[in-house]
Design a protein around this ligand. Structure first.
Ligand SMILES: NC(=O)c1ccc[n+]([C@@H]2O[C@H](COP(=O)([O-])OP(=O)(O)OC[C@H]3O[C@@H](n4cnc5c(N)ncnc54)[C@H](O)[C@@H]3O)[C@@H](O)[C@H]2O)c1
Length: 330
């Protein structure tokens, strides 16, 4: 298949591109490099530096290539920032996705995978969180993702665009090849922040809140290995092929929750570094536990995480950070 990957120079996108190349797909990456890294893009992929805001460039891209499918990763991605700058998330992120789907429809590209988010479930009534859970976006970031899901549902109905919305929980780890990993600037995700202490880039890690109603008082999150996420994208894209294919929505995590303390302890074990930590106050709006129920994608697409254990996730992340202490600038 020939696949357009927007945001393919970013953390998750670049690792999905690596896996697409391995299964023999032809890949075109569109990325404005606002947060991504040119060196993250697999050399076998065609790289186009461009912005989704640029309608003329997008049109040119679709005229130059006959895409079988699109994977859309490119967006602003920070929940906290979205509370400060909501228009980037309710405006730009949604408009950029619209620009993309409008070209897709105009050029008869019928398969679309959206990077959606667990931020759709701010007040879950049931843990693990399945696709039946009520949608309560936790921020303009999550609301923007939901708006794009709704747009896709209408385009499915009107134009027959088949889509899969993959609502990831916390992507973590690095590509098992050791060649691609997380390099966000600034870094906001827990595992790379904890590993920065082991690398000597931070003195300590602060854990926000120790009085949640959880097994050790700290927040519980579901970490999904980025390579398992990549496999889910490939399966989802294949499932959208064929005349009778249906659009799909999946919650994507590994169904195992790990507390913040357990993450720090696992990082200590894997790195052999003492990793000093201290407790800080709760962060406003942090739910106690977010764990995905991913039975639907397991059942329907036979997806099975290869690296469900936190230990393996941290080992791959550590291998990447140790070999690339300055990320892609190393
Ligand atoms: N990292 C996670 O745990 C997580 C969890 C849930 C959902 N997601 C979603 O997954 C996707 C990828 O996340 P990530 O962590 O890899 O982020 P990332 O910032 O590493 O990657 C995003 C990429 O998109 C590019 N980009 C941004 N705006 C663009 C534009 N207007 N035009 C072209 N390129 C643009 C950036 O340069 C970057 O390379 C995002 O949509 C994010 O919201 C991520």
């Amino acid at each position: 298949m020939k696949v357009l990957v927007t945001g393919g120079a970013g953390y998750i996108g670049s690792i999905v591109v690596e896996e697409l190349v391995h299964v023999g797909d032809e890949v075109v990456v569109l990325d404005n490099l606002s947060c991504g890294h040119r060196r993250a893009v697999h050399p076998a992929a065609t790289f186009v530096q461009g912005d989704l805001v640029d309608r003329a460039a997008l049109k040119g891209l679709f005229e130059a290539h006959d895409f079988d499918g699109i994977m859309h990763f490119a967006s602003y991605t920070l929940v906290g920032e979205s509370m400060q700058q909501p228009f980037l998330y309710l405006g730009d992120n949604v408009r950029n996705a619209l620009n993309l789907v409008e070209e897709a429809v105009a050029h008869d590209v019928k398969r679309f995978i959206l990077s959606s988010s667990a931020n759709l479930f701010d007040r879950p009534e049931h843990i693990p969180i399945t696709e039946a859970e009520r949608i309560v976006p936790g921020s303009p970031y999550g609301e923007g993702k939901y708006l794009v899901e709704r747009i896709l549902a209408w385009l499915d109905r009107i134009f027959g665009l088949r889509y899969a919305a993959l609502r990831y929980f916390n992507a973590a780890g690095a590509s098992p090849s050791g060649q691609r990993g997380e390099d966000h600037r600034p870094e906001t995700h827990l595992i790379p922040i904890v590993l920065q202490v082991a690398l000597g880039k931070r003195d300590k890690v602060v854990i926000f809140g120790d009085d949640y109603h959880t097994r050790d008082g700290t927040c519980i999150r579901d970490y999904i290995h980025v390579s398992d996420l990549a496999q889910a994208h490939i399966l989802a894209l294949r499932a959208l092929q064929g005349a009778d294919a249906q659009s799909r929505i999946y919650n994507l995590g590994n169904g195992l929750g790990y507390s913040n303390l357990e993450v720090v302890e696992t990082c200590r074990r894997v790195t052999g570094h003492p990793i000093p930590s201290e407790f800080g106050p709760r962060r406003p709006g942090d739910p106690a536990a977010l764990v995905a129920g991913s039975d639907k994608i397991k059942r329907e697409l036979s997806w099975e995480p290869q690296y469900p254990e936190l230990e393996a996730i941290v080992e791959h992340a550590w291998a990447w950070h140790r070999a690339h202490p300055d990320g892609y600038s190393t």
